[in-house]
Design a protein around this ligand. Structure first.
Ligand SMILES: NC(=O)c1ccc[n+]([C@@H]2O[C@H](COP(=O)([O-])OP(=O)(O)OC[C@H]3O[C@@H](n4cnc5c(N)ncnc54)[C@H](OP(=O)(O)O)[C@@H]3O)[C@@H](O)[C@H]2O)c1
Length: 354
């Protein structure tokens, strides 16, 4: 495949930085332009990022010399793809402008996730939802398109729920999170408020997890997604880890469960080996048997593509034979954001949507 050109919208944020780190060496994509707000526009990337680059890798030399463009399709180089790491309110205005101008947008923002004609995609689960793109393009008369990834809290959970739902049927689920500070973006939660502390509320997060899981696990029927319909409750909190969201789930099933079989279906959840996508981990779900795993520091970079696998542990019976208790960890800015939109872009390339 010849390389596809791409631009990064929101290049200065926590997800934008991960996108630069991952896309610069990517064998399929070429970064031809980068854009951010008026506050950053017209500055060289290295100057703007002098005090804001938070990754341990260096800014790639070529990118560090690029001048940041304002968020306008007329100011940004034309490209096959636009990777969006914009705040939701900005994405709502800007992404349709880029889609109209012919870019295929692979977005981290929540603005269009629940819109009926927009795929909310995890390629290992619902690649068939990409069929919505044809409907979207026709309805909106766009030459480009918008495809979204789920919230960083939703992705790991939906990946673990998928094999459990397919085998045992989920009746209802209760989940809790301990979410990393990088999930709040830059400048994020002030150090004085998060150090030595737990913030017991993340605005909008619980509602997003619940609604997004239902859409992702839903079925494409004719021209729309019929959502999954199990009941869910969520409590989302912020803790002072840097990267990696830790989550627990209590799942009531329709069928009785055998815990060894639960582990087996999770372990055997298939990757996308046959498609040859560079960002698809060989085993998307990793089962840990140790009682003290998974942990954010030890397991967030798990997987044959580091940070793209979700680690699941403490899988055990709940209160009765139709219930499961477990915990999981997924990297919020890789599997939960930059890596997710890159994997979506790769899938769209091999399926000829780009
Ligand atoms: N962090 C995570 O773990 C995570 C995970 C999944 C999804 N997401 C989603 O991904 C998106 C980006 O998250 P983030 O954490 O990277 O946010 P962030 O650190 O706040 O970065 C936001 C980016 O958008 C740009 N921007 C802000 N206001 C703008 C405006 N009015 N016009 C044009 N550009 C503007 C910023 O540029 P300036 O620097 O110039 O302001 C920056 O590049 C959000 O929608 C978020 O919900 C984040």
């Amino acid at each position: 495949m010849h390389k596809k050109s791409c631009v990064i919208l929101g290049c200065t944020g926590t997800v934008g930085q991960r996108l630069i780190e991952a896309l610069y060496p990517h064998p399929w994509f070429d970064i031809v332009d980068i854009a951010a707000s008026k506050r950053s526009a017209d500055q060289k990337y290295k100057d703007r990022m002098r005090d804001s680059w938070y990754l341990s890798s260096n800014i790639p030399e070529e990118i560090s010399e690029m001048v940041i463009k304002p968020m306008d399709p007329n100011a940004v180089e034309q490209a096959d793809l636009a990777f969006s790491a914009l705040p939701s309110g900005v994405a709502k205005e800007v992404e349709p402008q880029f889609a109209k101008a012919g870019y295929v947008i692979t977005s981290n923002a929540s603005a269009f996730r629940m819109v009926e004609d927009v795929p909310l995609m995890i390629p290992e689960i619902n690649a068939d939802h990409l069929q919505l793109i044809e409907i979207q393009k026709e309805k909106r008369n766009w030459s480009g398109a918008i495809c979204t990834d789920p919230n960083c809290t939703t992705i790991g959970l939906a990946m673990v729920f998928k094999p459990i739902n397919d085998r045992f049927g989920i009746e209802q689920a209760i989940m809790n999170t301990w979410q990393a500070i990088s999930g709040a973006g830059l400048p994020g939660v002030p150090g004085l408020l998060i150090t030595d502390n737990v913030i017991p509320y993340i605005g909008g997060e619980e509602e997003k997890v619940i609604s997004e899981v239902q859409k992702i696990l839903g079925k494409f029927e004719n021209d729309h997604i019929k959502k999954a319909d199990f009941k869910m409750a969520a409590t989302c909190t912020r803790v002072p880890s840097v990267d990696g969201h830790f989550e627990t789930a209590y799942i009531k099933t329709k069928e009785p469960v055998d815990i060894d079989e639960v582990k087996k279906v999770i372990r055997e959840f298939p990757g996308l080996d046959s498609l040859g996508l560079p960002y698809a981990p060989k085993d998307p779900l990793i089962v840990r048997e140790e009682t003290n795993r998974p942990q954010p520091r030890l397991d967030r970079m798990a997987g044959s593509v580091p940070g793209m696998a979700v680690s699941v542990g403490r899988i055990r019976q709940g209160l009765d034979e139709k219930s499961i208790n477990l915990c999981l960890i997924s990297h919020n800015t890789i599997r939960g954001a930059a890596g997710a939109v890159i994997l979506n872009a790769e899938l769209m390339c091999v399926k000829n949507y780009v």
